[in-house]
Design a protein around this ligand. Sequence first.
Ligand SMILES: N[C@@H](CCC(=O)N[C@@H](CS)C(=O)NCC(=O)O)C(=O)O
Length: 204
Amino acid sequence: MKLYARPASPFARKVRVMMREIGVADQIEEVIFGSPEEMAEEMPKYNPLGKIPALTLDNGDVLYDSKVICEYLDSLHDGDKFFPADPAKRWPVLLQQGLADGIGEAVIVASMNKYMRPDEFVYEPAIEFQLEKVERSLADIEGRIEELQGPLTIGPLSTACAIGYLNFRFPDFGWRDRHPNLAAWFAEISERPSMKDTQFEMPS
Ligand SMILES: N[C@@H](CCC(=O)N[C@@H](CS)C(=O)NCC(=O)O)C(=O)O
């Protein structure tokens, strides 16, 4: 199998962390694009949306979207499931993933507005609109931090990847002071070998 990814993508990182956690990393070759231009040229071959991550299977099929790929990976191992079948656990975990992916999307939109436009076209209220979504979401997670504890599932895994991306794009966001329990949780999960192995360079 081949995984198409970029180092900082929170969605690709979900897959990269999960394949390490469940012990299938040696079955998947990571193709890490060196530039957005290279990604833009190559990705439509695998995903009509042109987005990473995508996973090509050994039979030639292609899966894209981190939620789909991660659930596929979950079918490849016999350990504790990252997508629990029991409805009492499944829906809360999928909701955690949905919120985390929404944080990642909001950070992407905010950073495209901030970093990819000529200065005269940067409209701060549009950036603030996205960062307010992020702040509300972090506050929600802080308010029920205990739901992130326990065996690792796709919920906490996605949350960690989204926060890692927030730290990368908006290092001065200052969320740790406002959400100390989440900060402590993030510091702990960041020590897992799967997270360290997929850590990317922070901007100087
Ligand atoms: N819902 C998708 C989102 C994927 C996504 O937004 N990927 C971004 C990188 S983080 C991308 O490829 N952007 C390039 C583009 O939009 O052309 C998933 O979970 O995989």
